[in-house]
Design a protein around this ligand. Structure first.
Ligand SMILES: NC(=O)c1ccc[n+]([C@@H]2O[C@H](COP(=O)([O-])OP(=O)(O)OC[C@H]3O[C@@H](n4cnc5c(N)ncnc54)[C@H](OP(=O)(O)O)[C@@H]3O)[C@@H](O)[C@H]2O)c1
Length: 298
């Protein structure tokens, strides 16, 4: 398989997409960011071509002509389903690799029932990609999963930490452990996949920066800030159930956030995956130290 050069990125103006675009530019790919005409997100990033699309099949086929790969980083929710049209258009345009918008917890081998339900559209898209590859031998896919995205969890406050106020909301005991990946490592993962097209073809790749728990993060934050943080406690199961009620009541944003936190931080379970199935080495990803990374963030 010849190497890739021209990459189209959808959702490249978002919180995950933007760092991916930056990493691709830094790695000397020619990057075209496809953005909705209705988008209000900033459209400047040195070295990047921006094109608008109404995301119809015809518009995308035109834009994808001459692209070697399409990387999607579109938002969770309805845009995940809309990726089917992107896949159809990529096949038609002769694109050789499609990376769908995954980047989080595994959508094909998911230990948490709540996550399985929320991720059903992502799982279905992978089935769709597999079927397309059988019909179009030139076409291939790669998925990257990194557990919970570390920077998003910390910066958004979703993991219960407020650096400015030195407060922590701990769910249950704070001992639940899970895989987490930093956004720079995830972006580097996308670059590595596109630099190693043969190794990564038609694979669901798991990566991680570290295994974390809320307690470990809090201990490092207290050490870094040389202060004792004010801690309050929340029952994870109550939060999880409240999340499903909110979702059923028409509040998807708050509902999904509560379900994710309630399920991820529950009890003392460890849902991290075994080291030997990780693709970090295959992709040549650098190791990251939790404390050092946190220190660089705060
Ligand atoms: N596991 C985790 O912890 C975690 C955390 C965050 C995200 N993620 C995953 O990462 C991926 C990207 O998420 P994100 O948070 O970066 O998303 P985001 O910032 O909310 O949105 C990404 C981009 O999607 C495009 N978009 C928004 N609404 C759209 C619509 N209705 N139709 C088509 N495109 C639309 C926008 O691009 P334009 O405005 O340029 O069109 C936007 O910049 C998702 O798969 C998400 O599930 C995982």
């Amino acid at each position: 398989m010849a190497s890739f050069r021209n990459i189209a990125v959808l959702g490249g103006t978002g919180q995950v997409g933007r760092p991916i675009v930056k990493a691709l530019i830094d790695a000397d790919f020619t990057v075209t960011v496809v953005t909705r005409s209705s988008s209000l997100n900033p459209k400047e990033l040195n070295g990047t071509i921006f094109v608008t699309s109404d995301y119809t099949y015809e518009s995308l086929v035109k834009i994808f002509a001459g692209q070697d790969a399409v990387v999607s980083a579109v938002a969770a929710g309805p845009p995940i389903v809309a990726q089917k049209v992107m896949v159809d258009a990529a096949c038609q345009a002769g694109v050789r690799r499609f990376i769908p918008s995954e980047y989080g917890s595994s959508s094909i081998d998911q230990p948490l029932e709540d996550f399985k339900k929320l991720m059903a559209p992502k799982t279905q898209l992978i089935g769709y990609l597999r079927a397309k590859c059988r019909l179009h031998p030139h076409f291939s896919w790669t998925c990257l999963s990194g557990g919970a995205l570390f920077d998003v969890g910390i910066h958004s406050g979703a993991w219960g930490f407020s650096v400015s106020e030195r407060t922590a909301t701990i769910f249950d005991t704070g001992e639940a452990r899970f895989d987490s990946t930093t956004i720079p490592t995830m972006a580097q993962g996308v670059v590595s996949v596109l630099k190693r097209p043969v190794d990564s073809a038609n694979q669901y790749l798991l990566i991680r920066s570290f295994i974390v728990s809320q307690s470990e993060i809090l201990a490092d934050l207290e050490d870094i800030t040389q202060s004792k943080w004010r801690v309050s406690y929340v029952n994870a199961e109550n939060l999880r159930q409240e999340g499903w009620r909110l979702l059923a009541g028409g509040n998807p944003k708050k509902g999904i956030e509560s379900i994710v936190r309630g399920a991820l931080f529950q009890g003392q379970r460890d849902i991290s995956v075994s080291q030997d199935i990780l693709a970090n080495t295959q992709l040549g990803l650098p190791t990251t130290n939790l404390r050092d990374y946190l220190e660089s963030m705060v």
